[in-house]
Structures are given as C-alpha cells and as structure tokens.
Design a protein around this ligand. Structure first.
Ligand SMILES: [Zn+2]
Ligand SMILES: [Zn+2]
Length: 385
C-alpha cells in the first residue's frame, strides 16, 4: 500500500512509499481503510525535525533516545475511514466490517496507575500512533479495538462527514481544553490563532462563553501581519468578540487597548486563559490578563523551557490555577464532542466549516498539502490516500 513515512530523524521531509506492506490485524484489533486524514502541527514538526529537538526526543522515547536506533514509522494521527477487518476477539458491538469509524490514537497501557484510576489520557506508558507507532497517512491503519470510535453510533457519515471525521483528534484537544475551563458565562482569552486557537474559539462560543478575546503575536516565524488579519477575521466568524495583535512594533496600541478593555470591563481580568500557542510571550500575557483566582489552561507546547514566566506574580499572588491539558479524556471528550457536532442547534459544525480547506489533497501530493498548511493558506486540510 501507499504510505507516508518518516525514514530518518536526521533529515527534514517525509517520504511517500509505494510498497509498504499492509498492516496485519491482531486478535483484539481493527483494520481500517483510511478515507481521509488531516495534517496537524505535530506532523509539521515531524516534517521539520532538524529544527524540532523536542519532537525528535519524543519520537525516540521508546528507542532509548538513540537516533541510530530509530525505526521508520508511518506518520499521521487524525483520520477516519471504513472498517475492513475485525480481529477474532473484537465484539460485534464494537465494530463490524463496513462501519464508519475513527480512533483515539493515544495507545494506553491499561495497567499503570493512571490507567487504573480512570485517567488513560495521561497513561504513563502512552504510545502515539503516528509519533511512536505506525499512523494513518496510509491506505490502511490498524488500531486496538479499545481505541476505536465508532461514528455509526453518532449518526454516521450524514452527521459527521469525513471532512469532519478526519480531524476529530485535533478538535478533541480543543474540546478537552475548553471543557476543563467550564467557560459558560465566563470571559475567556484564547492565546494563539492557529488551528487549536481557532477551534477553541468555536467550541468556547458553542459552550456559552460570555466574551471571547483572541490574541496572537505577528512575527516572521508565525503569522505575518497580513495572515494574522485573515486569521482574526476567521476567529470573529467562529465566535471571537475581540482580536488583538500583541506585537507592539507591528500593531502599536493593540495590546494596551486589550489590557485596558479587560481591566475595565471584566473585573480586572478574564476568568479563563487558554494558552494555545506555545510562544513565550503568550504565557506572560496569560498571566497578565487572567483575574485573581482565575485559571490558565495550557495546551500549547513551548519549543524550549520558559525563561521569563513569573510564577510569583502571575500564579501565587493571584491565586491562579495553572493546568496542563493533554490529549482527550477517554472517552468523555469524544462523547461530548460528537454530541455537540451532531446537534444542529449547537452551531459547532457550521462554525468549523470555515476552517476546513475546500479541496482535499491526494496523499501522493502531500508536499503541496504540507506547504499550504505551513504557509497558513489552510487551517485544517485533508489528505486522501
Ligand atoms: Zn494532531
Ligand atoms: Zn497506562
């Protein structure tokens, strides 16, 4: 079969392989023909591995950190497709051949303390398909039956068409973060206007946030001023009330205007700040704009340890709760997300339509797809094997 692989961690890029053997289904596994997959920031980091030491270390977790022991894997972890084979021990209530499905690609061990206490999303021995194990940028993928999400139970293709089904993993990160923030009736700041920032905006609006502020910092490594203007336009369509470029040099006055507005109109700060960018300046902004007793939830991953975050000023003195968010709760996040998508009145699906690239890209033209996402021309873009 055709598959997109990371052959070495010493070079950038990905390789399309034409003769990858199809994965064999184990007794407790399900084999899926991939209908569509979606490109994630993680995939971009794997592509640009030489400048992403954190990502490289993560991929080597189970190779003793030794780059020479790296075994090439198929990348990709956001996908949906059709069941083509079911292992002998998989109950027919889980899946049957022909079912339309997706999967939680974080493979939990099932026996660590976290797994044993209902927190499989932070399993101590977690392996991620598409990062540590073979993923979904291929014609077929095999997943443990325990990780299957059977979309037939949520209305099937009519309700969750493949253009949504292909990125539920990513949307689940945003849903998880926003749900942890209990945003209903609250003032929310979303720092970062990438895919996660935009999806979180849509979810926070759907879940009844009172006010939504979206910020980003225009710069050559991220969005330039032009792209950021477009992103903010999209954020407003998804439900943002106010958007601010916090780069004082490019957008003089915007950051001050944001601080003034938040201070004067929201009791000295926002209730919940969602950090979705991983940029150092954004952590400080989150600490500045969150109100005393508020929450900062962290989904973004900084590329290196932070040097400047003032815990005394932003956490201790303010009594602020700071929490990391990882993956999706299994499977509370999935159920919540799929019910929201299935509800016409929630409006989530129609909001998200605005960030899905109109034309899918064939897997064989993956370079073009990666470039569109890298250049911020597309937010969520589908690859079709
Ligand atoms: Zn992802
Ligand atoms: Zn575990």
């Amino acid at each position: 079969m055709q598959a997109l692989k990371k052959q070495t961690l010493l070079e950038d890029g990905l390789q399309l392989v034409a003769d990858q053997p199809e994965p064999r289904v184990g007794h407790a596994e399900v084999k899926i023909r991939v209908a569509a997959a979606s490109i994630c920031g993680t995939d971009q980091s794997i592509y640009q591995i030489t400048s992403k030491p954190g990502m490289r270390d993560e991929m080597l977790t189970y190779n003793g950190g030794d780059v020479s022991r790296y075994q090439p894997i198929i990348v990709g972890h956001e996908f949906c497709g059709e069941v083509v084979e079911v292992g002998e021990d998989v109950h027919s209530g889980v899946a049957r051949v022909g079912d339309y499905v997706t999967a939680e690609m974080h493979i939990f061990c099932g026996h660590c303390q976290q797994c044993a206490t209902g927190r499989r999303h932070i399993c101590k021995n977690i392996r991620v398909k598409g990062v540590h194990l073979d993923g979904a940028f291929a014609e077929y993928v095999v997943v443990p039956a325990t990780n299957l999400v059977n979309l037939e139970r949520f209305g099937g293709r009519d309700v969750i068409p493949p253009r949504f089904g292909a990125f539920l993993d990513a949307l689940g990160n945003a849903v998880h973060t926003v749900m942890e923030g209990r945003v209903e009736g609250k003032t929310v700041a979303i720092l970062g206007c990438g895919a996660q920032g935009l999806m979180s905006t849509a979810v926070a609006r759907t879940l009844g946030a009172a006010r939504i502020y979206v910020t980003d910092f225009s710069n050559p490594q991220g969005f330039d001023a032009n792209h950021l203007t477009k992103r903010f336009e999209t954020a407003r369509q998804l439900g943002a009330d106010f958007c601010f470029d916090t780069n004082e040099e490019i957008a003089p006055g915007q950051r001050d205007e944001m601080l003034r507005r938040i201070r004067d109109e929201h009791g000295g700060g926002v209730d919940v700040a969602l950090e979705m960018s991983g940029a150092e300046a954004a952590y400080n902004d989150a600490g500045t704009i969150v109100k005393n007793g508020g929450q900062i939830l962290l989904l973004g991953i900084p590329s290196r340890p932070l040097r400047s975050f003032d815990f005394g000023k932003y956490a201790v003195w303010k009594g602020v709760t700071i929490r990391g968010i990882f993956g999706r709760r299994m499977f509370e996040t999935w159920y919540g997300m799929l019910d929201l998508l299935g509800s016409e009145k929630s409006g989530l699906k129609s909001r998200l339509e605005k960030i899905i690239a109109r034309e899918p890209v064939p897997l064989s033209e993956f370079e073009r797809g990666f470039e569109l996402v890298r250049n911020h021309e597309a937010v969520k873009l589908l690859l079709e094997p």
